[in-house]
Design a protein around this ligand. Sequence first.
Ligand code: DQA
Length: 143
Amino acid sequence: MKVLVLNGPNLGTLGRREPEVYGTQTLADLEKLLNERARELDFALTCLQSNHEGQLIDWIEKEGVASDAIIINPGALSHYGLALADALRGSGKPVVEVHISNVFAREPERHRMVTAAAAKGVISGLGFEGYLAALDYLAASNG
Ligand code: DQA
């Protein structure tokens, strides 16, 4: 299975960004972890990160077509990114949305999740394990 893994705004600074919320591991650490699990599952991953909603949408349009499923952490775009939500819905691919922190235990403005409505499911608050759980889910459900 080919899986597109997208990380949105500010996730490129994992490791030094609010470590008390997001931990001390970097995006490179996360991608290494994901690639290791992908090898076990015989999945091919494309991991991309951007701070720009339009770039994420371009990738969903182009790379998404060649993928069987999408795992995305949209960062703050989750809470207001309607264009991103439309692109995810329009991809026709199964989408799993992941958040490192438990957004529901945080400020009220993070409880509104516009992209989540375009996802099959949302994993929030399990740290990097949430991305691994998303991969395992895709393996178990075959997309
Ligand atoms: C986040 C949660 C968002 O509210 C926040 O804006 C992020 C990271 C998470 O992974 O916990 O950038 O998506």
